[in-house]
Design a protein around this ligand. Structure first.
Ligand code: ZN
Length: 299
């Protein structure tokens, strides 16, 4: 089922005047390959879009790309392309390997075409000033705000988080951010999503050479507060390249599922990590992992 609404409105007369701008609403239904059905119906999405539509400024087009709604001010063809080629692509592949449940909210993904409109509309629509030039999730509004001119990497990163929240309650920050940041730079390999080395490598390699990277026990036991607020600059990189290492060994997907299943007994993931790696001596593993990371290159 595909439906497109272009500049057509069936609501009350008063609101009709506001509809004299290009508005495209399209629902692109996923192939029934995913067993889990979405928790939101077509009617839920239509209702959501009807409310959303009232706040969408001129020059934006709207696409339902389940389980998200995508709003952008590039040309409608471009917004649609991003909805399909980036968002649908990433969602399908992430679901294939990791996630059964859709996010628990309908999240709006705002794709601003440039820095100017990103900052402008963050303020005008949400009363918010972005603290990052790339994009972020605004929990209060269930909205992802993206400066899409900086690329799609942050978008995929931010798409991972609501899926982790829905599928892995209590997932510690190190793994939530490790997995999300792994796919900041990603592609497809043998039909699966695949993370490549990226800009986080250099800082991590420097820290490894300085001997300042924490043990994996310390990393995995970090509270959310410590992970974000007491980060000496390596938490994201260490988590990402641990995930990258697991990916390269072909055990990342297995680790995710075993960790998720064992989360009550092993809330930090440390025991499951040792088990999946098949190692007892994590100091020795860290030395091996560090030499592995030092051997990586980017670009
Ligand atoms: Zn993140």
């Amino acid at each position: 089922l595909v439906f497109i609404v272009t500049g057509i409105y069936t609501g009350c007369e008063k609101e009709k005047a506001q509809m004299m701008r290009p508005l495209i609403i399209e629902a692109i239904h996923a192939q029934p390959a995913v067993i889990d059905t979405t928790e939101f119906s077509d009617a839920d999405f239509m209702q959501h879009v009807a409310v959303l539509e009232k706040q969408v400024p001129d020059g934006f087009s709207v696409f339902v790309q389940k389980p998200f709604v995508v709003i952008g001010n590039e040309s409608p063809a471009y917004v649609k392309m991003r909805a399909e080629k980036t968002i649908k692509w990433a969602v399908d592949l992430l679901k294939k390997d990791y996630f059964k449940r859709d996010p628990t909210d309908i999240i709006d993904i705002w794709l601003f075409k440039d820095k100017h409109t990103y900052y402008r509309y963050a303020q005008e629509l949400f009363g918010d000033t972005p603290s990052t030039p790339y994009g972020y999730y605004l929990e209060s509004d269930k909205a992802l705000l993206m400066n899409i001119s900086t690329g799609g990497g942050t978008l995929v990163h931010e798409i991972v988080h609501p899926f982790v929240r829905a599928n892995f309650p209590g997932c510690p920050s190190w793994f939530d951010e490790g997995l999300a940041s792994l796919y900041e730079q990603c592609g497809e390999k043998d039909g699966h999503i695949y993370g490549y080395t990226n800009w986080r490598l250099e800082g991590l390699q420097d820290a490894i050479r300085k001997g300042s990277v924490p043990s994996f026990l310390d990393l995995t036991e970090m509270s959310t507060y410590d992970f974000y607020m007491k980060d000496k600059g390596t938490n994201y990189g260490q988590s990402r390249y641990l995930c990258y290492y697991l990916q390269e060994k072909g055990i990342l997907v297995r680790f995710y599922h075993e960790f998720r299943e064992q989360r009550a007994e092993d809330p930090t993931g440390y025991k499951t990590l040792k088990k999946v790696l098949g190692v007892d001596d994590m100091d020795e593993f860290k030395r091996e992992w560090e030499s592995f990371v030092l051997g990586l290159t980017f670009p």
